[in-house]
Design a binder for this molecule. Structure first.
Ligand SMILES: NC(=O)c1ccc[n+]([C@@H]2O[C@H](COP(=O)([O-])OP(=O)(O)OC[C@H]3O[C@@H](n4cnc5c(N)ncnc54)[C@H](OP(=O)(O)O)[C@@H]3O)[C@@H](O)[C@H]2O)c1
Length: 319
């Protein structure tokens, strides 16, 4: 089974359903990527910060070598980490990430957060995480405009086909669009029924940015990180509204949550370690929720955000 694609404002087609690589263990990552390709996944959502780009690239190389796919069938996404926002650092780190993956261009390269941190030499610590070389939280003076201009030059040089942003508010998107020579192709945000961000999604879509949802299952992904609100929030899979829709559609609650996004043109990037769940997560297009069901799920919104630097004990109040 393959995912349908959506046309980005850069002219490239992006699969509406992909595989997210956050918290995919290094020892299993190559196999997971290989099996996901076998199941039909073509988009892989990686990042410097996930620390598994080498292994993800090994999975891809094996799939290409075995004739499962060609590079041109795949849509490989990676992200610029906060420590590399200084204009002169953007190209070198992008080249390092490409070398880690073993490829010569990214289909999409995203500014991970609108947060510029002090540069950390990869020889000292990689991925650097949130702290500087002296293990402090230190910011860089780089503006988003400086970073974005360097991102645009990655497109000029053929290192990235499309560029995008993540965790940006509508205000930041508005500002960026004033000076962007190349508009962001996508905006990746936390998006699930407890955090629908309807105004931001509508605004981005009207501006021609494709929205990608992360953490589509809400609290589930954050239980293992012991994020306080995630532990105390009722699981979405067990919510009566979601269960009822799942029952009517003859689908799993996970599929309902993913379809709730894709039906509104929002791309999804779930990950699973389990072959059966991997398969069902790809089967989230081509069947529909009723409009009333879409509304009922959207009405679960509580403005509840789980992926917040403040929640990780970092004094960075971006949300
Ligand atoms: N831009 C950003 O700042 C940002 C932040 C967070 C995430 N992301 C991206 O978004 C991707 C997805 O987000 P996420 O990792 O937070 O969450 P997710 O992939 O939406 O959810 C993962 C959790 O759901 C479980 N799961 C997956 N499919 C299931 C199914 N069909 N039924 C039941 N359980 C299922 C997984 O367990 P099993 O593996 O055991 O199935 C895992 O515990 C990430 O991998 C990353 O690429 C981006």
């Amino acid at each position: 089974m393959a995912s349908p694609t959506v046309k980005l404002n850069s002219g490239y087609d992006m699969p509406l359903v992909g595989f997210g690589l956050w918290k995919v263990n290094n020892d299993t990552c190559a196999d997971q990527v290989y099996h996901a390709i076998k199941e039909g996944y073509r988009l892989f959502d990686g990042a410097c910060d996930y620390g598994n780009e080498v292994e993800a690239g090994q999975g891809i190389a094996r799939a290409i070598k075995d004739g499962l796919v060609q590079r041109s069938d795949l849509f490989i996404v990676s992200k610029l980490w906060n420590s590399f926002h200084d204009g002169p650092q953007v190209e070198p780190i992008c080249r390092k990430q490409l070398a880690d993956w073993g490829i010569d261009y990214f289909d999409l390269y995203i500014v991970h957060f609108p947060i510029a941190l002090k540069y950390v030499d990869p020889a000292i610590r990689y991925p650097p995480g949130w702290k500087s070389a002296s293990d402090e939280l230190e910011f860089s003076p780089a503006s988003i405009q400086e970073t974005w201009t360097a991102m645009e030059s990655l497109v000029d040089k053929g290192l990235a086909r499309s560029i995008g942003i993540s965790n940006f508010s509508a205000q930041l998107v508005m500002d960026l669009l004033r000076y962007a020579r190349i508009r962001p192709a996508t905006l990746q945000i936390e998006h699930h029924p407890y955090l629908t961000q309807t105004r931001l999604v509508d605004f981005a879509q009207k501006q021609g940015l494709t929205v990608t949802a992360y953490s589509s299952f809400g609290p589930l992904s954050f239980l293992e990180l012991d994020v306080r609100d995630a532990v105390s929030t009722p699981p979405l899979f067990e919510h009566e509204v979601v269960r009822k829709v799942a029952q009517r559609c003859g689908r799993t609650p996970a599929q309902v949550l993913l379809r709730w996004a894709t039906q509104r043109g929002v791309a999804v990037i779930p990950k699973s370690n389990d072959p059966q769940r991997l398969r069902q997560n790809l089967d989230v297009t081509g069947w529909d929720l009723e409009e009333g069901e879409v509304q009922a799920i959207a009405a679960l919104d509580q403005g509840l955000r789980f992926n917040d630097p403040i929640g990780y004990g970092l004094d960075i109040p971006i949300f």
